[in-house]
Design a protein around this ligand. Structure first.
Ligand code: BDR
Ligand code: CA
Length: 312
């Protein structure tokens, strides 16, 4: 069993990552903490509650930080829809978020289960940065932190330098990257290279059952973004491939330990993750950087999850 905590700004691709984790018998999702990012916090909480309910999961969903540490909000409605879920008109579930703040949950979970938990982050790192500020001891208490963040090739999807999850809250990412936690970074480059669904893939996944139909219909706006910005033949799935690697680590077919810093001040480059590929700084690596993932195994995991029964 992989005991797991998931931190997410739940919108369309986050939801697919949740489906992967919540339907996998090898994973025990202990808590889902939501952070402001793709959509405002309350919307992300609703999206996470809907997804857990659909998967028949009782994993508790907690609301976390409602804004970046110091910057103004940046949302991604144009990528994921006005509701973050492809404007699918999803009904309210009647479920409520669990009592308690997501930041405290990240702290309490780590302290209660030292060395046991895998933390998977799928959004801006505001919650984790606040948790580290409040309780620095948790840096040594997670087994590992697998993050969808940044880009090892330096190409951003919001600015030429910045990937969305860093762009929203570079100061938070900076705190996390300098924390000494056992970090694994799955950047947007991996998604673009190895986690692209063609329209035929999408149709096949939608036919697997209600979870597949859900997972694909919520991507409605993503196609245009991927055509215009990502420049791939289909839609790429950054959060799901990160989750797949957290569940099956050897799905990462190429990875390297690297020194990585986050640019917080550059006039044109704020939000960049600078990966010292050549070792020119002489600094000790602080991050395991994933460079490639196994596309076929990723697709197999998606097919498996999308074919699982949904809760009525
Ligand atoms: C990341 O930004 C969000 O739009 C996605 O959910 C993913 O976490 C990709 O840059
Ligand atoms: Ca996300």
């Amino acid at each position: 069993m992989i005991p797991m905590v998931i931190d997410t700004d739940t919108a369309s691709d986050d939801a697919v990552a949740l489906v992967l984790a919540l339907t996998d018998p090898r994973v025990d999702v202990r808590a889902i903490t939501v952070v402001s990012g793709n959509v405002p916090l309350a919307m992300g909480v609703q999206n996470a509650l809907y997804t857990t309910a659909l998967c028949g999961s009782e994993a508790p969903v907690y609301a976390g930080a409602d804004r970046p540490l110091v910057r103004d909000h940046v949302f991604a409605h144009e990528v994921h829809g006005g509701d973050g879920m492809g404007d699918s008109g999803l009904p309210l579930t009647g479920r409520e978020p669990a009592p308690g703040h997501g930041v405290d949950v990240l702290i309490d979970m780590a302290r209660q289960h030292p060395g046991e938990l895998t933390l998977v982050t799928l959004g801006p790192l505001t919650n984790l940065a606040l948790a580290l500020r409040k309780a620095p001891d948790i840096a040594g208490l997670y087994k590992k932190v697998v993050m969808m963040i940044g880009a090892a090739d330096g190409l951003g999807n919001v600015t030429p330098a910045a990937e969305f999850n860093v762009h929203v809250d570079p100061e938070a990412a900076d705190i996390v990257f300098r924390s000494g936690m056992p970090l694994e970074m799955v950047g947007w480059d991996v998604s673009r290279k190895d986690a692209v669904l063609t329209s035929a893939d999408s149709a096949a996944l939608a036919e697997r059952g209600p979870l597949g139909e859900f997972a694909m219909k919520i991507q409605r706006q993503l196609w245009e973004f991927c055509r215009e910005v990502t420049h791939v033949d289909g839609i790429d799935m950054p959060d799901p491939v990160t989750m797949a690697i957290a569940i099956e680590p050897d799905l990462a077919t190429e990875a390297a330990d690297r020194y990585v810093v986050v640019e917080t001040r550059g006039q044109h480059t704020a939000g960049a993750t600078l990966v010292d590929h050549l070792g020119v700084t002489g600094k000790e690596p602080n991050v395991r950087v994933v460079l490639h993932a196994d596309h076929d195994r990723f697709m197999a995991m998606l097919h498996e999850a999308c074919g699982k029964p949904a809760s009525p």
